[in-house]
Design a protein around this ligand. Structure first.
Ligand code: SF4
Length: 211
C-alpha cells in the first residue's frame, strides 16, 4: 500500500491558514480550560456568548469560587448540560487553588485528574495553551481522518493513536486545528463540500460531493 502523502496534505492546509486559531474566546490558560470544558457537546458560538459575560467577572479560579455555583449556572444556562458543567467548573477551580496555586497544570496526567476534564479536553488545552504536539480527536477530526484515508478507525481513541503515528511531530501542533476547522467548514458531516475542498485530490472518500 502506498504511504499517505501527509506532508503534502499539511502544506495545503498551511498555505490556506498558516496560523490556525481556536474559535473559542479566552484570555488566559485558565479561561481557555473553562471554555473547553463548557464546549463539550455544545457549539463554540454558544459557549462564546456565555463566556463573554462570565469572563468579565471571572479571570482566575479564585474569582470562580467567589462567583459561586448558582451565579455560574445563571450565566451559562444557555449551554447544554450546564448544571453538571457548572458543578465541575467550581470543583476544578477549587482543585486548581488547592493543588496548583491557581495555575493550569501542563501535563495530560494532571489535567485529566480535574473534574470534568477528559482526554480530549486535556489535549485541546495542551495544544492551544501550551503549544504541545497533541491531537484532540473530536467528531470532526475522526470523520475527516477516515474520509481522507489518514486512518481507518472506529473510535476517536484509535484515530488519535493512528494520527500520532502518521503526522510528523513538527506538524502536530497546527494539524489539530486544521483538521477541526476543515471538518467544521468544508468536510461537513452530512454534505461535505468537496467541490471547493483544497485537498480533494488527496482524499480517498468514495461519495465525494462534487457538483
Ligand atoms: S474531498 Fe470531500 S470528503 Fe474528502 S476531505 Fe475534501 S470535503 Fe472531505
Amino acid at each position: 500500500m502506498k504511504a499517505y502523502p501527509i506532508e503534502e496534505l499539511l502544506k495545503r492546509f498551511q498555505a490556506k491558514d498558516p496560523n490556525p486559531k481556536t474559535e473559542l474566546e479566552y484570555t488566559n490558560h485558565y479561561t481557555l480550560l473553562i471554555a473547553v470544558v463548557l464546549s463539550a457537546q455544545a457549539t463554540d458560538k454558544s459557549v462564546n456568548l456565555a463566556t463573554r459575560v462570565l469572563f468579565q467577572k471571572v479571570q482566575t479560579p479564585q474569582d470562580m469560587v467567589e462567583l459561586g455555583l448558582d451565579n455560574l449556572k445563571e450565566i451559562i444556562k444557555s449551554i447544554g448540560l450546564y448544571p453538571t458543567k457548572a458543578k465541575n467548573v467550581i470543583a476544578l477551580s477549587q482543585k486548581l487553588i488547592e493543588f496548583y496555586h491557581g495555575q493550569v497544570p501542563e501535563t495530560l496526567e494532571q489535567l485529566v485528574e480535574l473534574p470534568g476534564v477528559g482526554r480530549k479536553t486535556a489535549n485541546v488545552v495542551l495544544n492551544v495553551a501550551f503549544g504541545k504536539p497533541t491531537i484532540a480527536v473530536d467528531t470532526h477530526i475522526h470523520r475527516v481522518s477516515n474520509r481522507l484515508g489518514l486512518c481507518i478507525s472506529k473510535t476517536p481513541e484509535e484515530t488519535e493513536k493512528k494520527l500520532l503515528a502518521l503526522i510528523p511531530l513538527s506538524w502536530l501542533h497546527h494539524a489539530h486545528l486544521w483538521l477541526v476547522l476543515h471538518g467544521r467548514y468544508i468536510c461537513k458531516s452530512r454534505k461535505p463540500e468537496c467541490f471547493h475542498c483544497p485537498v480533494v485530490d488527496l482524499c480517498g472518500y468514495k461519495d465525494k460531493n462534487i457538483l
